[in-house]
Design a protein around this ligand. Structure first.
Ligand SMILES: Cc1cc2nc3c(=O)[nH]c(=O)nc-3n(C[C@H](O)[C@H](O)[C@H](O)COP(=O)(O)OP(=O)(O)OC[C@H]3O[C@@H](n4cnc5c(N)ncnc54)[C@H](O)[C@@H]3O)c2cc1C
Ligand code: FES
Ligand code: FES
Length: 463
């Protein structure tokens, strides 16, 4: 594989390089093999941002896209044909970059452990020509934790960057000469097909191999379980799985489009989803994690499925023999189980575009606003016709073994007047529908109470 590292072309032959594997994390590659130890390991599982690096690559239209990503989550094989910039590549000719200089001057660093990650998030923000306003900086740094500064000096330092004229920087990319990657070594296999057709062929030949896209679930799993070997099909660069298309009355989102690009597309039609999806992990994770990764993981507390349920979205499952479109309600079968056959993949999601009378409410409850898995989630879509509620569809997360709809609430609300009284009367149905459990994210009673209260909040927000 070929990529550029801080401006220098790198070529790796995995057969010759005994200690390198395409499934190793970029952070391990940088620290242990490239001896670039500026990228820090804090948590190793996507939670702290100390390992943040910057990735430049081509999008489906051939434009250069720059994003901050977690070095501890993405895999070395995912760098193929891209330009990786680490903290060592930010200062040029011995001169600190503006974001670094400002952090020095405003004392935005104390022990310094978080600082390389902070700089890389701010550098990606700078390269993307985003404004250095407080809210914009907060959103770009949502995945960077600091134990010392209390953040204020960091924000002040970065707000200062806005005062200076920007110098344009365009990271170069390798020539577009991608080749399929097939590495079999020490019992592990890593296949990186170039297109959907080859992916489906491999999935038929090797149905038990695991697909990997943003690796934000799988790298955490491997970090904690230390498997002796892995068999992966890397689908992170398959263009057919990343596109977003607007049709007459629906939006088609490729299964492995990043959550951030899905957020941008969806927010045009459902502005409330900008806030809802901004609470999904951190920007670094959203830049690579996919909707399919969330749905296929079938977690009861994932943020994507409750939304798909409320919108009655379609999920297209494809194998090299056939393709079928199913309703999101039919996807999960039991705790962490789904109806996909071994040779099938999720190809795309089909979401309806809203009509004039249509309303959508989504709320994720978690202990922290950023970077936290939800305790419970409630999404509901409905339309109001002459004051009467119609077309009700719900999606609950964290209330049962799988994300699910509430038939009882949907039936009750349908045909009733859109008034607070209707929603107050719907509250007792929460306890009739769900018998949830207590765990570290919240007690059963807390979840039931919050779900009841969200019905009222939903009315107040939508009225
Ligand atoms: C720090 C941290 C915070 C997080 N916060 C949140 C959060 O706030 N909300 C939330 O919902 N999740 C959160 N997650 C979980 C995770 O980021 C999501 O589940 C994410 O969407 C996974 O996508 P991915 O592309 O990275 O999946 P991967 O790790 O690449 O894959 C996950 C699973 O999906 C399968 N898969 C991927 N693509 C396909 C496909 N096209 N067809 C079939 N199977 C496929 C893989 O085989 C694998 O089994 C968090 C994770 C971390 C580490
Ligand atoms: S080391 Fe903490 S997010 Fe990567
Ligand atoms: S300066 Fe010490 S963790 Fe941020």
């Amino acid at each position: 594989m070929k990529f550029i590292l801080n401006g220098t072309p790198v070529e790796i032959d995995f057969i010759k390089e005994k200690l390198l594997f395409p499934h190793m994390t970029v952070m391990d590659y940088l620290r242990e093999h490239a001896h670039l130890t500026g990228t820090k390991e804090g948590c190793g599982i996507g939670d702290c941002g100390a390992c943040t690096v910057c990735l430049a690559e081509r999008d489906v239209f051939g434009n250069t896209v720059i994003s901050s990503v977690n070095g501890c989550l993405i895999m070395l094989g995912m760098l193929d044909n891209k330009h990786l910039i680490t903290i060592e590549g930010v200062a040029k000719n011995g001169k600190l970059h503006l974001v670094q200089q400002s952090l020095v001057e405003k004392r935005g660093s104390q022990c310094g452990f978080c600082s390389p990650g902070m700089v890389m998030s701010a550098y990606a923000h700078y390269l993307n020509k985003k404004p250095f306003t407080r809210s914009s900086i907060e959103s770009s740094l949502s995945g960077n934790l600091c134990r010392c500064t209390g953040y204020e000096s960091i924000f002040q330092a970065l707000i200062d960057v806005e005062k200076y004229e920007r110098i344009e920087e365009n990271p170069e990319l390798p020539e577009n000469s991608r080749e399929e990657l097939f590495v079999e070594k020490n019992g592990s296999v890593y296949i990186k097909p170039l297109d959907l057709q080859s992916l489906l062929k491999y999935k038929r030949w090797y149905p038990q191999y695991t697909l990997v896209s943003g690796a934000s679930d799988l790298s955490v799993k491997y970090k904690t379980e230390h498997p002796a070997s892995v068999s992966l099909i890397d689908i992170s660069d398959i263009e057919e799985l990343k596109g977003v298309t607007i049709n007459k009355d629906s939006l088609t989102i490729g299964a492995n489009a990043s959550i951030e690009s899905a957020k941008e597309a969806l927010s045009v039609y459902y502005p409330q989803l900008s806030e809802y999806l901004s609470t999904f992990a951190s920007l670094q994770i959203r830049n690579k994690a996919s909707m399919a990764g969330s749905v296929a993981g079938a977690s009861p507390v994932g943020d994507i499925m409750p939304l798909l349920l409320a919108l009655r979205a379609g999920i297209v499952l494809t194998s090299d023999k056939s393709s079928r479109s199913i309703e999101s309600r039919n996807f999960n079968t039991a705790y962490r189980r789904h109806i996909m056959a071994d040779d099938e993949i999720i190809e795309k999601f089909i979401l309806p575009l809203p009509s004039e009378r249509h309303k959508l409410f989504c709320s994720k409850q978690s202990k922290r606003k950023d970077m936290d898995i939800s305790s419970m989630t409630f999404c509901i879509s409905l339309s109001i016709d002459n004051g009467i509620i119609k077309d009700v569809s719900t999606g609950f997360g964290g209330m049962a073994a799988v994300p699910c709809a509430s038939g009882k609430i949907e039936e009750f609300l349908t045909g009733r007047p859109f008034t607070e009284d209707t929603f107050i009367k719907a509250k007792p149905l929460v306890r009739q529908e769900f018998s949830t459990i207590s765990d570290i994210r919240g007690s059963a009673e807390y979840r039931l109470l919050v779900a009841e209260n969200l019905l009222i909040k939903c009315f107040n927000d939508l009225k």
